[in-house]
Design a protein around this ligand. Structure first.
Ligand code: CP
Ligand code: NVA
Length: 333
């Protein structure tokens, strides 16, 4: 297996064995972190992390993972750099490529991160695009495996906006890991036929299934993991809230849905989440539409079934693994 110099742009670019190796590497790094074992293996490397959309978990995970590996980290957003408004992504990539050993990018279309990878020789890591969120799926599968002790044969149900970036990466990761995947949401927000067509044969090969449904009863007695995400993603127009709420309110994850699944079912969410009124967006939506909680009830979010903060932590360990594997060269000790 050779990861050196490779980009991490989407889950489907990696084989089952490579993804498994990433998870094992993340586990080792988590152990090292917990036991205080120094792993500053890259004291002479620097990375740039580019954010065209806001972030807490992804940004902090790349920064902390970078520092833990001994690297220098530069954070750039559009307000603090020329990126996007005064300098194209291709030119930015070719500049950063001369200065840094790796580049992370979070932004809009997948073609931007693909272009960054094309125009730079150093590894480029996808920190979320409109199309996918591969580091999220890796962290989530680490969390699921930590909890159940295995992955193959489990059933993961993504409920809500099933054509969003997180759902796409979870479908791909499920197919690769032999996990059954249920996309449960309104027909208007179904995953693209293209992604389903790519994932189905992979799932079949690994002994799992992909189900696309609008019926929440399909989760009953079946889902080991119920996963949801915000109803309106970063970059989507705020005017769409009304339409989304209409489409998605029946897909809210609540205690009833959790109970009907299995006693052992866990709840996951990539975060941030609108489970109460403690954010300005939730307050604005509440004023207009009267909802006090959106994609998940506060009861489920705060319950002992909810592993959302384990997920958030595992983002860092898995991102560290991805950076380590793609940056490591023989001359690094
Ligand atoms: N889950 C996730 O990517 O969170 P951030 O948007 O805070 O990075
Ligand atoms: N689907 C969400 C994920 C955030 C981590 C978004 O793109 O905003």
């Amino acid at each position: 297996m050779n990861f050196t110099g490779r980009d991490f742009l989407r889950i489907l670019d990696f084989s089952e064995e490579e993804l498994r190796y990433m998870l094992e590497t993340a586990k080792s790094f988590k152990q090292m972190k917990k036991t205080g074992k120094n792993h500053k293996v890259f004291p002479n490397k620097n990375i740039a992390i580019l954010f065209e959309k806001t972030s807490t978990r992804t940004r902090c995970s790349f920064e902390v993972a970078g520092y833990d590996l001994g690297m220098g980290v530069t954070y750039l957003d559009p307000t603090g750099s020329q990126m996007g408004h005064k300098e194209s992504i291709a030119d930015t990539a070719r500049v950063l490529d001369r200065l840094y050993d790796g580049i992370e990018y979070r932004g809009f279309s997948q073609s931007i991160v693909d272009d960054l990878a094309k125009y730079s020789d150093v590894p480029v890591w996808n920190g979320l695009t409109d199309e996918c969120h591969p580091t999220q799926a890796l962290g989530d599968f680490m969390t699921i495996e930590e909890h159940f002790g295995y992955l193959k044969g489990l059933t993961l149900a993504f409920v809500g906006d099933t054509r969003n970036n997180v759902a796409n990466s979870l479908m791909a990761m499920s197919a690769k890991m032999g996990v059954n995947f249920i996309a449960c949401g309104p027909s208007e927000l179904r995953p693209s036929e293209e992604i389903v067509a790519k994932c189905k044969p992979i799932a079949e090969k690994n002994g799992s299934t992909i189900t696309i449904t609008s019926d929440i009863a399909e989760l009953n007695g079946r889902a080991d993991v119920i996963y949801t995400d915000v109803w309106l993603s970063l970059g989507e127009p705020q005017e769409k809230w009304g339409e989304r709420i209409e489409l998605l309110r029946q897909y809210q994850v609540n205690t009833e849905m959790m109970k009907r699944a299995k006693d052992s079912t866990i709840f996951l969410h990539c975060l941030p989440s609108f489970h109460d009124l403690n954010t300005s967006i939730a307050k604005d939506v509440n004023k207009v539409f009267g909802l006090e909680e959106m994609e998940v009830t506060n009861e489920v979010f705060e319950s002992d079934k909810s592993l959302v903060f384990d997920q958030a932590e595992n983002r860092m360990h898995t991102i560290k693994a991805v950076m380590f594997l793609t940056l490591y060269k023989k001359e690094d000790k």
